[in-house]
Design a protein around this ligand. Structure first.
Ligand SMILES: CC/C=C\CC(=O)SCCNC(=O)CCNC(=O)[C@H](O)C(C)(C)COP(=O)(O)OP(=O)(O)OC[C@H]1O[C@@H](n2cnc3c(N)ncnc32)[C@H](O)[C@@H]1OP(=O)(O)O
Length: 732
């Protein structure tokens, strides 16, 4: 709803009231319509201010209303009536003005916002306490269809509007002022300043204040500007349709009168509004927030577990991961002790880390003080830290030793975290005096850039330990997802199945190019083979060797079988040929030099595959893209259901967040579990069963028990899966 009152004698003050972000729900829209009517009809009122309760102007349309039958007054005529008012209307923007919230402000005649000067946060200078403005609809699979695509280009010009609308990025009040979105910023109380301002413009002509009457600033080569914009969004969008529609809508603003532009905006929105992509992106908006409300099977929860304060942290091992983690901790404002026992590696890190910090500061528009990091070759340097993240080589014996030493050196209440990507967190905990203070913090490379953090709780991890790791992740700007301890945790465990299928497809007749094309057209930034070349084939090989799997001396049928299941030694054989991927200039593809980035098809690899198939009596067959997608994705999804069944992840949102933020799953497809829901669970079961019949030596193709139960329960929508997971006999 909206509250209306008269202040300072002649200003009608309308306050949006819908906590926490004053989203424009039906009752808020009705409240605005009624309040505007009242203000315009009251002769004592000479001007109007619109603001939001609790320091937030408006977070936009109420996203929860999108999937439902819309009721209440629509936004477009509501904003039109505000713009057409004959009394000045001022938007007082505190907190956020996003989506429909900014569109509402663009309908007002003036916009004033809050911006506080520079703040020093530990050693990083930030502009804080500023309002954030933006049109993020594209991130929800939509476009700003309450006049945003038509008013913003008229106000700030086509190039700047295209940038904001196609990326959905939020800008600070300072940038918004520079762009011309705001008329004024203040360090004082925004509403008070807006009321004073409203009094000062009482009676002034509003002719030059209605944005819909503006023309877009003329540009010399409009066609090439839009062609370029279209090329850019198409290459970045990886199949997402909303960015393309956004460009088309802004083009309408640049080429058509306002009323026709609004018609075009409406038409384009109609194509997006009920699309699967919009559903996926809106689901994902809430999924990201759901992962913050974590819980563990032992009953620890986000709202009852108290995190410990962490001011000083240590990183052990300054290889690629350790350096990235050091940077991420320093960027979060922590004091960091970075330990590396190898002198050469330490020396390299003391040069690399400051330059990574510097690059990050340039990107983020902040300044840095690298003195917050101290380097040491001696583990004793961690004696007084609150938390340690071990990032040494992925070798259990080495990690055991490090944990034993840490347990002796550190304060008794220091949290000990491991950055292992798959090893047993419980086993590491058992090496310490306080196993309840041990958790996994699984970062993804590059650790200072990638958004995902898997927080792995062990059998004995205390609620406070999990809460502390989750909160630290958040402080580092990560999406922290709590998962249970098992081989590979959630992400890598699912990935293993996906990789296996990709190898099997090569054995059966596919090429890396075919598999990668199918996955890239689906929306992954890189197919599985291009990705393996980038991350290095030797990483998995080392793990397989440690597990006793990578034995290429085996011949006959046993060469392709391990522990009674089908196994492909292709990756192992490539490594034996010294083909580790980009780093060696050869992998599944060839590169112009070691470290080269451009993957080229490699005739050697195709010959190698032919010979391999001939040696094993495999007759290559024609494999299409659909089979590639079904085999690779459905087996990964099936493992996801198994993970849910075992309680390793608490809900499908956790798995989806892991895959979107850590593994490049296209966000406009919502994540693997949402994708399964979209495809239809029955179909997933049917295809898995069919592939399992064809490949009975691949047990993971058998639909998981939970997947079958969901189908038996009538394939409920994804938001009801937790009920079935909780209750094994659920009929919902
Ligand atoms: C005709 C179509 C016209 C217009 C289309 C639109 O306007 S689409 C909506 C565009 N707006 C957005 O995309 C903004 C979405 N919200 C945010 O980015 C952030 O929530 C915000 C406003 C920056 C605040 O961030 P903060 O970190 O402070 O809070 P949090 O994100 O955790 O949100 C708090 C709870 O509010 C819920 N919520 C936020 N925005 C909306 C919204 N627009 N509609 C409905 N609900 C919203 C959010 O889910 C959180 O709920 P919770 O139950 O606590 O998880």
């Amino acid at each position: 709803m909206a509250q209306y009152r008269r202040v300072s004698g002649s200003v009608g003050l309308i306050t949006l009231q819908n906590p926490p972000v004053n989203a424009l729900s039906a009752s808020v829209r009705q409240g605005i319509v009624d309040s505007v009517k009242r203000a315009l009809g009251d002769q004592k009122v000479k001007s109007v201010v619109i603001c939001g309760q609790n320091g937030v102007f408006c977070g936009g349309a109420d996203i929860r209303e999108f999937g439902r039958q819309m009721s209440g007054p629509p936004l477009v005529p509501m904003i039109h009536d505000i713009e057409a008012a004959n009394k000045p209307v001022v938007a007082a923007i505190e907190g956020s003005a996003l989506g429909g919230g900014l569109e509402l402000a663009l309908g007002c005649h003036y916009r004033i916002s809050h911006s506080k000067a520079v703040v020093y946060h530990c050693f990083i200078m930030t502009m804080s306490d500023q309002a954030k403005l933006g049109l993020p609809e594209v991130t929800l699979g939509l476009l700003p269809a309450a006049g945003g695509t038509q008013r913003l280009p008229r106000l700030i010009g086509v190039p700047a509007a295209l940038n904001l609308i196609t990326t959905g990025r939020h800008v600070t009040a300072a940038e918004a002022l520079q762009l011309g979105i705001l008329d004024h910023v203040t360090e004082h109380n925004t509403v008070d300043v807006a009321v004073k301002f409203a009094l000062s413009v009482t009676g002034e002509s509003l002719d030059g204040r209605r944005i819909s009457s503006f023309s877009c600033a003329p540009l010399s080569d409009l066609d090439s500007l839009f062609e370029e914009a279209m090329l850019k969004v198409r290459s970045a969008a990886r199949g997402a349709i909303a960015p393309v529609a956004c460009v088309q809508a802004v083009r309408a603003a640049a080429t058509l009168p306002y009323a026709q532009g609004m018609e075009r905006e409406k038409e384009l929105m109609a194509t997006l509004f009920h699309s699967g992509q919009a559903r996926a992106l809106q689901y994902f908006f809430f999924a990201q927030r759901a992962v913050g409300r974590w819980s563990t099977p032992s009953g620890a929860r986000w709202d009852t577990s108290q995190p410990r304060p962490v001011r000083k942290a240590a990183v052990i091992g300054l290889g690629t991961m350790g350096r990235g983690i050091t940077v991420a901790l320093a960027q979060a404002g922590l004091s960091v002790v970075a330990v590396e026992t190898h002198a050469k590696q330490l020396m390299e890190a003391t040069k690399a880390v400051p330059s990574m910090l510097k690059r990050g500061a340039v990107r983020g528009g902040t300044t840095i003080e690298p003195d917050s990091i101290t380097y040491s070759q001696n583990l004793q340097a961690v004696a007084d830290v609150d938390l340690v993240i071990e990032a040494v080589f992925e070798d259990m014996a080495l990690k055991e030793k490090v944990f034993q030493q840490l347990s002796i050196i550190c304060k008794p209440d220091t949290l000990l975290c491991t950055n292992t990507s798959s090893l047993d967190v419980d086993h590491l905990a058992s090496q310490t005096r306080h196993p309840e203070l041990v958790v996994g913090m699984h970062f993804f490379a590059p650790a200072h850039v990638m958004k995902l953090l898997e927080v792995v709780y062990g059998r004995r991890s205390s609620p406070a330990a999990v809460a502390t790791a989750m909160q630290l992740g958040k402080k580092m700007g990560k999406v922290s997802v709590a998962v249970g301890n098992c081989r590979g945790f959630a992400g890598n465990r699912m990935l293993k199945r996906y990789l296996e299928q990709a190898f099997f497809l090569l054995e059966e007749g596919a090429t890396p190019e075919l598999v990668d094309r199918a996955l890239e057209e689906f929306g992954f930034p890189m197919g599985v083979f291009r990705m393996s070349d980038l991350s290095g084939l030797d990483v998995g090989w080392r793990v397989r060797k440690a597990d006793g799997l990578a034995d290429t001396s085996l011949t006959g049928t046993s060469a392709r079988v391990r522990q009674g299941c089908r196994y492909s030694p292709l990756g192992d054989l490539l490594c034996e040929h010294g083909r580790f991927g980009q780093k060696t200039g050869r992998g599944w593809y060839q590169y112009d030099k070691p470290g080269g980035r451009v993957a080229k098809s490699d005739p050697w690899l195709h010959n190698f595959l032919d010979e391999y198939r001939a040696r094993h009596g495999l007759v290559p067959r024609c494999i299409d893209q659909q089979e590639v997608l079904e085999r690779c994705l459905f087996v990964l999804i099936n493992e996801g259901f198994q993970i849910l069944e075992e309680g390793i992840a608490a809900g499908p949102e956790d798995i989806d967040a892991i895959y979107v933020f850590g593994y490049g799953w296209p966000r406009h497809r919502g994540g693997p579990m949402f994708y399964a829901d979209m495809v239809g669970l029955e179909r997933v079961v049917e295809r898995l069963e069919r592939y399992h019949q064809a490949h009975p030596d691949v047990p993971y193709l058998q639909p998981s028990g939970l997947l079958r139960r969901l189908v038996a329960n009538g394939s409920p929508p994804i938001h009801k899966w937790r009920n079935v997971i909780k209750n094994r006999n659920s009929q919902l």
